[in-house]
Design a protein around this ligand. Structure first.
Ligand code: HEC
Ligand code: HEC
Length: 159
């Protein structure tokens, strides 16, 4: 081995642990967070996630739901309750009141969660384009729902 080749080899060996640590960190980032794991384990034995996806509640609201579901038989350790409630309040938090909210909760949750909606900020024209795309994807939006949800999104999720 020439010196240059040996140096290159040594460099690769030195860099490998850094790369694998980075890959591990990415894997860790892809892991579901603690609250999501609790939700999957405790909340999907009796019904699917629609009951959760179609709610938009704050911490107090979710605390009530979780207590009620525990009374119904959901198994959540008491230490896990705040972790679950925190997760629910972040991912299924309150949405502004108003006509169209029910459409968002019932229709826009059928193919993806509402994080896509929550993180988007557009004017009416932009939202109309998104809704047209969703229609093409197969979203079952009536004309009446389309108008209501467009007004709701343009008012509450504007730039
Ligand atoms: C032991 C069975 C069981 C488990 C486990 C369970 N649920 Fe339920 N849940 C029910 C039943 C029964 C209903 C009533 C509606 C139905 O029949 O689907 C319900 C309804 C709901 C509703 C709708 C309430 C409403 O007023 O519309 C929400 C929200 C909900 N569950 C959330 C959860 C969450 C969050 C968990 C986990 C902590 C959970 N559930 C675990 C049985 C269960
Ligand atoms: C029939 C399935 C379906 C329904 C129902 C649906 N969507 Fe989507 N939505 C999709 C798909 C698939 C994508 C990803 C499209 C893409 O990435 O190009 C998407 C992506 C999005 C995005 C991200 C677009 C972007 O470019 O960042 C938004 C915002 C969105 N949907 C809003 C909504 C709203 C609002 C509703 C309710 C009116 C809704 N969706 C209902 C299938 C659906």
């Amino acid at each position: 081995m020439t010196l240059a080749v040996r140096r290159a080899a040594l460099t690769i060996v030195a860099v490998l642990p850094i790369i694998s640590a980075a890959v591990r960190a990415q894997d860790a980032a892809r892991q579901p967070e603690a609250g999501e794991k609790i939700l999957t384990a405790a909340c999907q034995s009796c019904h699917d996630s629609r009951h959760v996806d179609t709610q938009a509640l704050d911490e107090e609201g979710w605390t009530k739901v979780v207590k009620g579901e525990i009374a119904r038989g959901a198994e959540v350790k008491s230490d896990d309750v705040p972790v679950l409630v925190d997760y629910l309040a972040r991912y299924h938090g309150p949405l502004p009141e108003g006509p169209g909210k029910d459409v968002v909760l019932n229709i826009c949750t059928q193919c993806h969660d509402l994080q896509r909606v929550r993180r988007t900020r557009l004017d009416a024209e932009g939202w109309a384009e998104i809704l047209d795309t969703m229609l093409n994807e197969g979203a079952p939006l009536t004309e009446k729902d389309f108008a209501a949800v467009l007004r709701y999104l343009a008012r509450n999720f504007r730039p």
